[in-house]
Design a protein around this ligand. Structure first.
Ligand code: BYC
Length: 329
């Protein structure tokens, strides 16, 4: 269903990395071939540990930073119902971050080290959260299409080989399905609303299209980690295949609402099921993920501020002998 970049189970394994125990590697890969999950105490090649830590950590940071553009709209959401749902969604995203940090910790990197790497700019997080949510329509595009893109990626990743990541993703996908519904509901409300609302939505869609195309990662030709990650079934579809699946499911839904997308080359080949599109500007993508997007500095500044303001709470938690609880009855 996702095209031919899925792993071929009969494919011959690549050669052993330098310094690795070939026997253990063979057993490890045989377990993966049998569809077994790898658990934290199991032997794993150092490169598997490193790749998973990188990916899960980036995912956790994305949930935390990803709550910021929507979080700024809690006070401005149009009406009580929208306010309640966006508030609940932001809370969920923070919870997803916690689940993912816990999963990444099982690989040996401490949560503090992950936070430090986020704050110093060493660790990456998803490109899309470095753009501003200028209007309520931007929030609905995030809620509908970025959540849709995330679900495609996360459902695929949840079938992967590392137990703690897959279990975290199962729970996350369950909640994301509700997020997608609220995003779709808000999106349709604007699409069938007044002409001012439709214009606002169309403009937001035009602004977000390229970041959304970037969301699935660089094209397969440029992806540096896919080969290893697919070999070890951490990733089960290539970046281009996930992007294609997104286009296949969501472009028709956007067009059905009479909206347009800012790419004249967007077209499905009905025979192959593959969508043609204009390659998004990959130079911009790499600039943004390296820290030079419209909001990178602001996003990290907010996190640094939160870290500083929360310092007293962390210090209090490290004073187990002091009693802070007042009896209420
Ligand atoms: N943004 O070799 P490649 C959410 C980096 S949160 C930034 O193809 P890979 C939500 C990549 O890290 C959901 N960087 O990488 C939250 C690598 O750089 P390094 C977020 C990106 O790992 C709140 C380089 O580009 N989802 O939805 O094989 C509110 C080369 O790429 C991006 C996840 O995190 C990007 N988009 O494949 C609402 C899913 N793409 O590390 C919603 C988990 C690539 O070598 N991650 N890079 O310096 C994945 O599935 C994979 O990591 C990716 C990339 C498919 C994203």
């Amino acid at each position: 269903m996702y095209g031919n970049a899925y792993i071929d189970p009969n494919e011959k394994r690549q050669s052993v990395a330098e310094g690795e125990d070939p026997k253990k590697l063979e057993e490890f890969e045989a377990r993966i071939d049998r569809g077994e999950k790898i658990e934290p105490d199991d032997w794993m090649p150092p490169e598997y540990r490193k790749q998973l830590t990188r990916m899960i950590e980036q995912h956790a940071h994305s949930e935390i930073i990803g709550s910021l553009p929507e979080g700024t709209w809690i006070t401005r959401a149009p009406g009580f119902r929208r306010k309640l749902s966006i508030m609940a969604k932001v809370q969920d995203e923070i919870g997803h971050g916690q689940l993912l940090y816990a999963a990444a910790e099982t690989l040996g990197k401490s949560r503090e080290a992950m936070f430090n790497d986020l704050l110093s700019g060493k660790s990456k997080y998803s490109n899309v959260f470095n753009y501003p949510a200028e209007t309520w329509a931007d929030v609905t595009v995030i809620g509908f299409l970025i959540d849709a893109a995330a679900i495609i990626n996360q459902i695929t990743n949840s079938k992967g080989s590392y137990g703690p990541y897959c279990r975290a993703l199962d729970r996350i996908c369950f909640e994301e399905a509700f997020h997608l519904k609220q995003g779709h509901d808000a999106f349709v409300a604007l699409a069938i609303g007044t002409s001012a609302q439709r214009t606002m939505l169309q403009e937001a869609l035009n602004r977000w299209w390229q970041p959304i195309m970037h969301f699935f990662g660089p094209s397969d030709k440029q992806s540096v980690h896919s080969e290893k990650l697919m070999k070890w079934r951490v990733k089960l579809a290539s970046n281009d295949d996930m992007r294609n699946q997104f286009l296949d499911t969501y472009v028709p839904k956007i067009w059905e609402l009479g909206l347009t997308l800012p790419d004249p080359n967007l077209k499905k080949d009905e025979e192959t099921g593959v969508w043609a599109y204009t390659e998004p500007d990959w130079d911009e993508f790499f600039r943004v993920i390296k820290g030079d997007g419209p909001c990178n500095a602001e996003r990290l500044a907010v996190r640094r501020w939160a870290e500083e303001k929360g310092k007293w709470v962390r210090e209090a938690l490290f004073q187990p002998k002091d009693k802070y609880v007042m009896p209420l009855a």
